[in-house]
Write a protein that binds this ligand. Sequence first.
Ligand code: HEM
Length: 490
Amino acid sequence: MKNNGDKNMTEKLTTESGQPWADNQHSLTAGTRGPVLIQDYALLEKLAHFNRERIPERVVHAKGAGAKGYFELTKDMSQYTKADLFNGVNKKTPIFIRFSQVAGEKGYPDTVRDVRGFALRFYTQEGNYDIVGNNTPVFFVNDPLKFPDFIHSQKRDPRTNRRNQKMQWDFWAHSPESLHQVTILMSDRGIPASYRTMEGYGSHTFKWVNEKGEQFWVKYHFKTDQGVKNLSNDLAEKLSGENTDYLQDELFDAIEKKDYPSWTVYVQLIPYEEGLNYKWDIFDVTKVVSQKDYPLIKIGKFTLNENPDNYFQDVEESAFSPANFVPGIEASPDKLLQGRLFGYKDAERYRLGANYEQLPVNKPVVPVHNYARDGFMQTQNPDGNVNYEPNSENGPKEQINKSIAKFDVEGKAANTPYEYKVDYTTQAGDLYRLLTSDEKDRLIENIVSGLGSFDDKEIQILETKQFYAADKEYGLRVAHELNLSENDIK
Ligand code: HEM
């Protein structure tokens, strides 16, 4: 249905049930002065439907912008994965991407300091494959049990409804695993100048499996072909006042002008056994894997060349999930990833309804055949009477040859912390030491403007101890600005 565009042909207005809609300007009243008659069903329907226009916003990453495009594979990766989208050369796969803020609500300004979501969907010949990543290679926590608490600390104070710096620093100060990501967030990368000028990462380590059943660990990197560009605090603040949707509009306008953004796609591949014994825990999402040890391999490029036709249907109803794998790509034991495998589809059943995968943006390009039936808003119930399996009616058959690769598990079941090479400070310190002196100045300024904005020495000391453990200079500089002594933070 199109509501405008052709000036010579006007569609006839109808009710939701298709009956002619007689008058859309005047309610049905008794006499010209009213009252309004309950018989005016068109009025009642219009008010009732309007009342139901809003759906729950995403519990995180509520504010976002999307675009369509394609991924072009330039290197055949069949040696490492049997996934069809990564096999062959010059294969093109349609994609949909959604960039987002994490903490703010749907109307929140785009140019605040925050991690940015980088959710990429490939509509492959084997079903949808989603990489639901961020513009940072690591994350704040590494156990899914901590995610809801972390997010609470980022959202509004339950008493005052204000965003509260103390809450987030309190959580980070008590969660030393957050240090690496906090350092990235407080650096220049915390405010991208455009969605087009930020890098993307799959963040977790995933598993690739080839036709022979050999397994490899893989990490994804999406490097912006526009170059990385960030905003200064002052400009970001000014833009927040001028246009709360700055990043959304900037992306939309570029694509509308045919200035199509693209990202070069790289992977790091780690042999299975080596990965298990690497100098870092590759299943701990607070860590990166050195590119000297496992160099980036260029495998292709994706380009965004089409804006959504309809924001609600294309972007708001999009439902990504880290559990959307295709044969040849599997989960790793990363605990946070394991929690995410449940979290997204559950959120989406609540946010959009049990049949949300039938919505156009979520519908795979390949046919769907299974024995799931009914539910709210069902439109794809198969014909026929075979709604059970096994059956003698030649219903859809399972594909045993598409099973996941077998892997060993070991250890005792218990609530355990990470134990393998636990170290939350070295990589954060390495990052600090890599920064130029100007970048270090801005990092310290950003930290101090948050951590120093409330009066709680205990939290300030606990957090500054982490900076000090990462790099003495890093800790001492923050301590100095907060009037803490070296003895306080040793
Ligand atoms: C969105 C949960 C960690 C990136 C979401 C949503 C939920 C969620 C429930 C909303 C989904 C929807 O309504 O459609 C979790 C949980 C996590 C976790 C439970 C940890 C246990 C992460 C991490 C990353 C990430 C580590 C990135 C590396 C995203 C992105 C979106 C999102 C990009 C927005 C997707 C979109 O554009 O629709 N998350 N998340 N999340 N999350 Fe996470």
